[in-house]
Design a protein around this ligand. Structure first.
Ligand SMILES: Cc1ncc(COP(=O)(O)O)c(C=O)c1O
Length: 373
């Protein structure tokens, strides 16, 4: 055995991130030919056709390094959000924005706060930086408990993550609640509003981070092209924040963190309003299909403002997840989110949702399992 340099305990205790199972892996491992994936909140429509064309055109230049400052895309985003380009930083997925935040602002022994459950990468990247993520349980309605989050603020808290809509619950915080919350945050803390799913929201009361960028508390709004624009495989997202914060991001990020193809695709996707509308309409309509089916099956579920629905199956949830997998339907069992009795289903195409629900019903019937909320 070769001797490695010492690894900090915070790193040694981390586990590799477990993504929703890729289709190819399930086909290979289970010998299936017809597999659908409703596990990673991806776009059921595929990528925007305009983005595909833009990537095709951009390949001719891929022997060159990308524009590390992402000028064209940042300019288009600045117009879209009515901000200066200096208020925008691109990331290799919005995941990288979390990483930049942790690199720039979290020292060993510092704290960050987030709701529990919420996106798993907060925990991981805070720990990589030597920090500690304190998790505040969602309230009884599975909503982020902003009062409890504010109450947990104390010395050495540097970041507070507010995931709106929340992954995995799909619930939102309102504009009034967020304002009240921000008013309680003392100086020296950044509030991170992770809006990966905000485009799917249909609740008028839902807070939008952009409206809070001028608050006296420093706010970072995170957005991604992975979900709404169907570009998860290209890895591109961005942050909106005060210039001073963006300047720190520029110091800690890799110089060419977003590829030329990703920048070209994102720019084209931004201009594809028709695709965007079609995607939002699909998600909002198909969410109802799940609500109706879960209601009929007597399963507890959370009405969602995102492109997924969380539902309760009880102690057999993992087993049912495996049975669905064996039928070629990849869902996300929520064990890693500390909700072992729940499964999260990403909204797919109508035919995928119909197949998923038919398989689920069949499995429940076969097992004569009757769950009531
Ligand atoms: C809440 C939330 N934030 C951020 C991300 C990261 O997205 P990406 O790195 O693909 O932009 C995800 C991905 O699933 C997410 O669920």
């Amino acid at each position: 055995m070769k001797t490695l340099p010492p690894v900090p305990g915070s790193i040694a205790s981390l586990l590799p991130y477990q993504q929703g199972k890729p289709i190819a892996e399930v086909k290979r491992e289970l010998g299936l030919s017809d597999v659908i994936k409703l596990a990673s909140n991806e776009c059921p429509l595929g990528p925007s056709p305009r983005a595909m064309a833009a990537v095709g055109a951009a390949t001719a230049d891929m022997f060159r390094y990308p524009d590390g400052g992402g000028f064209d895309l940042r300019q288009a985003l600045a117009r879209r959000h009515r901000l200066d380009m200096d208020n925008i930083c691109l990331g290799n997925g919005s995941n990288e924005i979390i990483e930049m935040l942790c690199r720039a602002f979290v020292r060993p022994g510092d704290y960050a706060l987030a709701a529990s459950p919420s996106f798993l990468m907060y925990q991981k990247l805070v720990r990589v930086a030597g920090g500690i993520l304190e998790e505040i349980p969602l309230d009884k309605d599975y909503r982020i408990d902003l009062k409890a989050l504010a109450g947990a603020v104390r010395a050495r808290v540097r970041l507070v993550f507010v995931n709106n809509p929340n992954n995995p619950a799909g619930t939102v915080v309102t504009r009034t609640e967020l304002k009240e919350f921000l008013d309680q945050i003392p100086p020296g803390i950044i509030v991170v509003l992770d809006e990966a799913y905000i485009d799917f929201n249909s609740d008028r009361a839902c807070a939008r981070g952009e409206e809070f960028l001028n608050h006296s508390v420093p706010v970072v709004v995170m957005r991604t092209f992975s979900k709404i624009a169907g570009l998860a495989g290209l890895r591109i997202g961005y942050a909106l924040a005060d210039k001073e914060i963006i300047n720190y991001f520029d110091r800690v990020r890799q110089p060419f963190n977003t590829s030329s193809l990703a920048q070209a695709a994102a720019l084209a996707a931004l201009e594809d309003g028709e695709f965007y509308e079609r995607h939002v309409a699909l998600v909002q309509n198909e969410r109802r299909r799940y609500y109706d089916a879960f209601t009929r099956l007597g399963l507890f579920f959370l009405p969602s403002q995102a492109n997924f629905v969380l539902f309760h199956l009880g102690p057999r949830a993992e087993d049912i997840f495996k049975k669905m997998l064996a039928r070629g339907v990849i869902l996300r069992w929520m064990g890693a989110y500390n909700l072992p009795e729940f499964i999260r289903v990403s909204i797919g195409k109508p035919e995928e949702n119909i197949r998923c629900l038919a398989d689920l019903e069949r499995i429940l019937e076969l097992e004569r399992v009757h769950f009531k909320c």
